[in-house]
Design a protein around this ligand. Structure first.
Ligand SMILES: [Zn+2]
Length: 278
């Protein structure tokens, strides 16, 4: 009998929190849509703001960034992984969606078995159609920030029309702005924690950019004041590998945090992940 704790959230055996600040190392742009589309005037691309007019990085953006970065990492390891976009999700790719839904209506253990065997690590960590993931990202709110604008040439292609160039005023968050960051994981095995920390380190090291205009050098961020809280069981699932308890770790310097979290990243690198089945 396989231990399904990782995907079975009916009993919370472990809660893992990674929180800290993100500091922008370049301009950052999380889009909020176009305010005016008057062709006679210069269009203005505003950033996403909260009710008080402050910039935010929504938790959903973090989830998308983590998932796509993770997908790249898993592919480099020759692991089967779906993008989770459109019809490209494991239960659909493996033609197991009906069997899974049948299990949900009747035999929950059967649903767990199907989900365990026929989904990738990303489906389990970040969720998929009708299944909530094991990790939740909170909206990142500004601690200190400044805004600026830059004029850019945008090429718009409406259907059947000739491409048109337009001057757009793009709003962005300036370099050196600081935001909160918090993610909460439930029943994560050590290797999944190591996986998430590896993704964070990819962002921190500049291998992944956040938001828009990446080709223009936007979206580099670094983590700081990082705190790791880990409550409950310290090993989840039969395939998991024990790691020494790191709960309570606090590091001002992001580099030091990733250095100290190496044992988790090593477990991710060496874990024999038994799914998805071929
Ligand atoms: Zn998947």
């Amino acid at each position: 009998m396989v231990n399904y704790s990782f995907i079975n959230k009916s009993v919370i055996k472990r809660t893992t929190i990674i929180e800290g600040i993100v500091e922008t190392q370049s301009p950052l742009r999380i889009g909020g849509g176009r305010e005016s589309f008057d062709p006679a005037s210069i269009a203005r691309d505003s950033i996403l703001k909260d009710a008080e007019g402050k910039p935010v990085i929504p938790g959903s953006s973090w989830k998308g960034i983590f998932r796509s970065t993770g997908e790249r990492i898993l592919r480099l390891r020759n692991m089967v992984v779906c993008s989770g976009i459109g019809k490209d999700y494991c239960l659909n790719n493996n033609e197991m969606e009906r069997e899974f839904e049948r299990g949900l209506r009747g035999n929950i253990n059967e649903a767990l078995r199907v989900f365990w065997d026929y989904t990738c690590l990303n489906c389990k960590v970040f969720g998929t159609m009708s299944v909530i993931g094991a990790v939740r990202f909170l909206d990142s709110l500004p601690i200190s920030y400044s805004l600026n604008t830059r004029s850019m040439i945008a090429i718009s292609r409406s259907e059947g029309a000739v491409a048109r160039r337009a001057l757009v005023t793009v709003e962005y968050v300036e370099t050196g702005s600081k935001f909160s960051f918090k993610m909460i994981g439930y029943n994560l095995p050590n290797y999944a924690i190591g996986y998430l920390v590896t993704i964070m380190k990819n962002i921190h090291d500049g291998f992944t950019q956040v938001g828009g205009h990446k080709s223009r050098g936007f979206g580099f961020v670094r983590f700081g004041k990082v705190k790791f809280t880990d409550v409950g069981e310290k090993k989840i699932g039969d395939e998991d590998i024990a790691v020494k308890d790191m709960s309570g770790l606090e590091e001002e310097d992001g580099n030091k945090f990733f250095e100290k979290m190496k044992p988790f990243m090593e477990v991710f690198n060496s874990a024999k992940i038994p799914y998805p089945k071929k």
